[in-house]
Ligand binder design. Structure first.
Ligand code: PNS
Length: 161
């Protein structure tokens, strides 16, 4: 059984993330979307909100699980019996960080293969940071986040808490 883990902060999930999740789900038998819980950081969206958004999106997808993890990714991936770590690359600017992370993870767990996927061109300039910035200033976030989540994300960004 091919098991892949797609880890991230998802603060919040974007159309780019959702694009990758759907691509990755076609490649593996079981896809775990691992939402990072980092107690040292204060994300804009709570862990529950970030998980709930992803669960809403994937509710009809048989082989996608939404889970949370903390600590080392490779440790969690091993616990789950994953063989693949899935990451997205959008632009050249992503490369250095992703390269460093993939090679570090390989040092820690040589049996785990990092697989890079590219989103559709129109989704390749979207990031959670851009969504937060546009939404906080009252800009339109349609086309940046999945439509089904647009209102919930926009409302929270306009009046956080
Ligand atoms: O969506 P992000 O913030 O780019 O995702 C980064 C993430 C969660 C993949 C990365 O920070 C991570 O794997 N954190 C867990 C801690 C860890 O394993 N660090 C070593 C990786 S080099």
């Amino acid at each position: 059984m091919r098991v892949g883990i797609y880890p991230g902060s998802f603060d919040p999930v974007t159309l780019g993330h959702w694009d990758l999740i759907q691509r990755a789900a076609k490649l593996v038998d079981r896809l775990i979307v691992g939402v990072l819980h980092n107690p040292a950081k204060t994300p804009t969206f709570s862990l529950d909100e970030r998980m709930d958004f992803l669960k809403t999106l994937s509710k009809d997808c048989q082989n996608i699980e939404i889970a949370t993890f903390h600590g080392l990714l490779v440790k969690y991936a091993r616990q789950q019996g994953a063989q693949f770590i899935i990451r997205g690359v959008r632009a050249f600017s992503d490369f250095e960080y992703e390269f460093q992370m993939a090679l570090t993870n390989r040092k820690l767990a040589p049996e785990l293969e990092t697989v890079f996927l590219m989103p559709k061109e129109e989704n390749s300039v979207i990031s959670s940071r851009i969504v937060r910035e546009v939404g906080t200033m009252g800009g339109e976030i349609s086309g940046l986040v999945p439509e089904i989540l647009r209102d919930r994300i926009a409302t929270k960004l306009l009046s956080p808490k």
